[in-house]
Write a protein that binds this ligand. Structure first.
Ligand code: EZ4
Ligand code: CO
Length: 405
């Protein structure tokens, strides 16, 4: 079954998404997500100039060989842009294989290991009371796990909070230059414990809680935070420190019992390897779109399982519903699945472009048994929402020093 054509679409139904459609000679098609937030057009160029010409005429069924061809065969094998392109092609080919087989992708992976996919809700607010009131709503809705983020008093623009916006799809889409946020580790560390202390006082310990530090701390500061939050028993603390220096996580690991999650920016299993084999993390956050697609995440899950590390895929709103549904299949299959990040089913605009069926019940997502990944992409609807140059924020300390966002 030869690949006849591969189309690339960039649309902005609230946020920018890069979508590909791989079409075979018999008109079967599969779709994939190639979005790299703030660098979308670089992936488009990589796909159009360097990937697609090599794939026309190749057998769409040879997923592994095509993956190796695009990775090893490029010589410049890794990097966010090229991996997003490979990931999208990979998802589309699994989608096609599922359609040919008449099976949902999780069946091709080995079947279900669980009934449904436990997700964690994003719960945020401008004050502790605000966050806790929103947590009450999430618990009432049936969520069993929630990520708490709160505006830090005295800091302009805290990561993970919405400010006056109503939802995540308003946060981006029209930022012709990167907005600037502030940061103060002192102000953060002086404040954040109170959020979890009050959450436990008000709701007890049945609700599982997470928190994303977004790589703002040094290893020893992360040790302090871990120790301060230990009494509130988090499910995990995410990205306490940037991932480039793997030894930093050893410092944290040696001194706090706080479970750690890392990896939304991993591009390959090689990025994850030292953290997994040294057992310095507990959850690996890699997304299908940024980590090499379904082929790569299956390998990553199996490798992580050897070390008691569980999968907790990134579920940010800058991953399209195609990636979300690819995760549903991986999460249903992976014996070492932990929890899936979930920011809701999006807006009516988003769902006009991406069509899929998934249902949230008691804090878990159930999908329907349809062949392939189970998402369709409406090309005509996408045309109504053209790409808008847009960036993630950058962060500066109070003295102006550039910091990790
Ligand atoms: O940093 O969406 O856990 N979720 C996150 C997200 C991502 C952004 C960029 O992909 O950390 O907020
Ligand atoms: Co994160």
């Amino acid at each position: 079954m030869k690949i006849k054509e591969i189309k690339v679409f960039v649309c902005c139904p609230g946020r920018n998404f890069v979508t590909i459609k791989v079409i075979t000679e018999d008109a079967t098609y599969g779709i994939g997500d190639a979005t790299v937030n703030g660098r979308e057009m670089a992936v488009v160029a990589y796909l159009e100039e360097h990937v697609i010409p090599c794939l026309i005429g190749k057998d769409a069924q040879q997923i592994e060989d095509i993956w190796q061809y695009l990775y090893k065969g490029a010589y410049w094998q890794n990097g966010a842009i090229s991996i997003a392109a490979i990931s999208a092609i990979d998802m589309a080919l699994w989608d096609i294989k599922g359609k040919i087989a008449g099976l949902p992708v999780y069946q091709l992976l080995g079947g279900k290991s669980r009934k449904a996919v436990t997700v964690y809700a994003h719960v945020n607010g401008e004050t502790v009371d605000d966050v806790l009131n929103n947590l009450e709503v999430a618990i009432d809705q049936g969520y069993k796990v929630a990520r708490l983020q709160c505006t830090i008093p005295g800091i302009a623009g805290t990561y993970g909070t919405l400010g006056k916006k109503k939802n995540y799809y308003e946060l981006q889409g029209d930022r012709p230059l990167p907005p600037e946020h502030g940061w103060s580790t002192t102000k953060y560390l002086n404040f954040i414990t109170e959020l979890f202390k009050q959450a436990r006082e008000r709701f007890g310990y049945d609700i599982e809680l997470c928190h994303d530090v977004h790589s703002r701390l040094t290893p020893i500061e992360a040790v302090q935070l871990g120790k301060m939050l230990e009494p509130y028993r988090l499910k995990f603390l995410e990205d306490p420190v940037t991932y480039e220096n793997t030894d930093g996580y050893q410092v944290i690991r040696n001194q706090t019992a706080m479970p750690l999650a890392l990896g939304e920016k991993f591009n390959t299993i090689w990025d994850a390897k030292p953290f997994i084999e040294n057992q310095t993390i507990d959850f690996v956050r890699t997304a299908a779109t940024h980590g090499g697609g379904i082929t790569a995440l299956k390998k990553l899950a199996d490798f992580a399982a050897l070390y008691h590390v569980r999968m907790a895929p990134h579920g940010a709103p800058d991953l399209s519903p195609i990636c979300f549904m690819a995760h549903m299949h991986l999460d249903l299959w992976a014996p070492n699945f932990g929890v899936q990040e979930f920011i809701g089913f999006g807006t009516s605009t988003l769902n006009e472009v991406f069509k899929y069926k998934a249902e949230l019940k008691d804090g878990s997502i159930h999908i329907e048994d349809v062949p392939g990944i189970g998402v369709d992409f409406d090309e005509a609807a996408a045309e109504k929402y053209p790409y808008k140059r847009s960036y993630l924020p950058v962060t500066r300390l109070e003295d102006g020093t550039l910091w990790s966002w």
